[in-house]
Design a protein around this ligand. Sequence first.
Ligand SMILES: Nc1ncnc2c1ncn2[C@@H]1O[C@H](COP(=O)(O)OP(=O)(O)O)[C@@H](O)[C@H]1O
Ligand SMILES: [Mg+2]
Ligand SMILES: [Zn+2]
Length: 263
Amino acid sequence: MAATTTCEICGGSGWRVIERDGISAAARCSCQQVVRAGAALLAAQIPPLYENASIDNFLLPANNPIAENAMGKVLLDVRAFIRNFPATDKPGLLFIGDPGVGKTHLAVAVLRALLERGFDGLFFDYQNLLERIRSSYDPMAGSSDREAYRSVLEAEVLLLDDLGAHRVSDWVEDTVTSIVTWRCNHRKPTLVTTNLADADAGSTVVQKSDTGRMEYRDTLGQRIGSRARSRLFEMCRVIKMPQVDDYRIRGSRSSGSLFGKGA
Ligand SMILES: Nc1ncnc2c1ncn2[C@@H]1O[C@H](COP(=O)(O)OP(=O)(O)O)[C@@H](O)[C@H]1O
Ligand SMILES: [Mg+2]
Ligand SMILES: [Zn+2]
């Protein structure tokens, strides 16, 4: 990047001279946009596992036409969100679906696309966030823990990954409610992923257990409370991920045969 190669336009100064009505003036060089986007990418703290996750390397399930079709629709929705941002009908996306179907991959892909467009963003894992907030109550906590809560409120675009992956307590419910409510009230773009079921998002709430008994799955509302849940639906367009086999398991087999076509 800029540190190793010198810009041919501005010679590294970050400024170039433009002529307007016969008068020359300084203008920011286009290379500065690249530098800014690079800095924003670092600041977003996307985990290394998802460093390269993009829409372009998201593969459609090639062995299952129904899932392929449904995933194709998901990609259309996601692409439309990116294209229209920030003038989207709702300021956020809520990815709902089973583990390993690519929710985090797609959410990161959206975040990265927005970072490239010059927006600032922040990736936060839900569990990690709660731990950081909890430890911030400790008087010995470092300032970075105290910043965690503030930073998720204020992030221009927030990706909250794996929402609800934690058992309930009143404290958790209040914290999540206040974050979601604050972001919703301020129309702050928020991308959320969750494995939890929600009947309104078309999940099957009753499923067969390994022993063959029917059992109820924990729902989003149970884990984060009904107030946070309803604000989330208000703020986010729901992206229901189709059922495909866990990509992590599939991917480790002869790769490319089951997930084939590029998106
Ligand atoms: N359709 C896909 N194409 C390419 N990689 C995928 C796809 N789905 C998932 N992955 C990869 O598989 C891993 C698990 O996906 P992830 O997004 O973490 O699933 P989820 O968040 O739904 O549990 C990640 O490394 C992700 O990049
Ligand atoms: Mg995930
Ligand atoms: Zn330059």
